[in-house]
Ligand binder design. Structure first.
Ligand code: 5AD
Ligand code: SF4
Length: 354
């Protein structure tokens, strides 16, 4: 038996995958890789069912105080036109998304401390009080007290990707920050009771199969509820603009391995996949993913949330963006989730009593 076959057999019989097993799967030849992807689809179907959960993303500010070398929102990128949505606009966008049938609103921004803990807390409370939706935050690192206040205001989930499990690469790509601080924050989020999303970028300059295998192991160790995994897309306005993008095949393989190792994880078909292939997100849904995140930011702001070029959906308005993903789901014979799509064991966080 080849090491690929041995590893797959061990994992399928319930043995906990080792670093070597993951490496063998990552380095599978094209035929074996295809089998792996099909296997992941089967596990997804048996363990998570045919529902695809929709999470509507509102990108409410593209200001960022960080300088991640790969990201177009980095503070050093002076070519980007910056915007901030007012609380009333954010609320209106959330209302519009709820009218489109979405049951989760993701509030996403760069690390923008213009939105104080009080401002964000008020926005979260208003959404939870007036709409029947779960709220996910994706606003970067915040002090423990802020995370607690957001949760008490009704936030259900928090996304904080670790991006890479290699501590040296992490600090090189995210100057002034450390992997251990990031992990500490992910643990705090879990402790507070959020459903937590972590994840990584595939194909970062300086990454190898070995570091990708460590990304997968770190994800398992953190025991989170969601994982956002997407390919690296070079942005010409960043120091890494001249590097090649991450590959579609490797990203799909990582998603498939994660599905095999963590069958119950919510696994979005990430937007970055569409920047390397027209079919990227659809393929992810076919090979292990069970979540999709249509962009419901008002169309006039969409061109400016330029994390990387060719971000999916271009300038689609929210209704068209939601319609597009619903039609993919139908064409794959799956169903769009009509509930909140919480992780098992979690309920919607009630609004605070006032
Ligand atoms: N390519 C792919 N993903 C990127 N992100 C930021 N820049 C890039 C890029 N160039 C992702 C990071 C971050 C999220 C906001 O976008 O994973 O968590
Ligand atoms: Fe800011 Fe996040 Fe981009 Fe880093 S990845 S520059 S923290 S928006």
């Amino acid at each position: 038996m080849t090491s690929y076959e041995e590893s797959l057999q061990r994992i399928s019989s319930g043995v906990k995958a080792t670093f070597k097993d993951i490496l063998a799967l990552l380095e599978a030849d094209p035929v074996n890789r295809h089998c792996l992807l099909r296997l992941a689809d089967g596990v997804r179907s048996r363990r998570m069912g045919e529902e695809v959960h929709l999470r509507g993303v509102i990108e409410f500010s593209n200001y960022c105080s960080s300088r991640c070398l790969y990201c177009g929102l980095r503070s050093g990128n002076r070519r980007l036109i910056r915007y901030r949505m007012e609380p009333g606009e954010i609320l209106a966008a959330a209302r519009a998304a709820a009218r489109l049938g979405l049951k989760t609103i993701v509030l996403q921004s760069g690390e923008d401390h213009y939105y104080t803990v009080d401002t964000l807390t008020r926005i979260i409370s208003k959404i939870k009080d007036s709409l029947d939706v779960a709220v996910t935050l994706s606003v970067g690192l915040r002090p423990y007290g802020d995370l607690l206040a957001f949760r008490n205001a009704g936030a259900d989930r928090y996304l904080l990707k670790f991006e890479t499990a290699d501590p040296l690469l992490f600090t090189r790509l995210r100057p002034g920050t450390t992997l251990s601080d990031r992990i500490k924050s992910i643990r705090q989020l879990k402790h507070i009771g959020y459903q937590v999303g972590a994840g990584s970028i595939v194909g970062l300059p300086g990454q190898t199969s070995r570091t990708i295998a460590r990304d997968i192991l770190l994800l398992r160790k953190l025991d989170v509820e969601m994982a956002g995994i997407g390919p690296f897309i070079p942005h010409p306005g960043t120091p890494l603009g001249g590097n090649p993008p991450g590959s579609l095949e490797t990203t799909l393989t990582v998603l498939a391995i994660v599905r095999l190792l963590m069958p119950q994880l919510h696994l979005p078909a990430t937007t970055a996949l569409d920047a390397i292939s027209k079919e990227g997100r659809r393929l992810a849904l076919q090979y292990g993913s069970n979540v999709i995140m249509p962009n419901v930011t008002p169309a006039r702001y969409r061109p400016f949330y330029s994390i990387y070029p060719g971000k999916a959906g271009g300038n689609l308005d929210p209704a068209t963006a939601v319609e597009e993903v619903r039609s993919w789901i139908e064409s794959l014979g799956r169903t769009a989730g009509s509930g909140y799509g919480h992780s098992s064991g979690h309920k919607s966080f009630p609004s605070p009593i006032r």
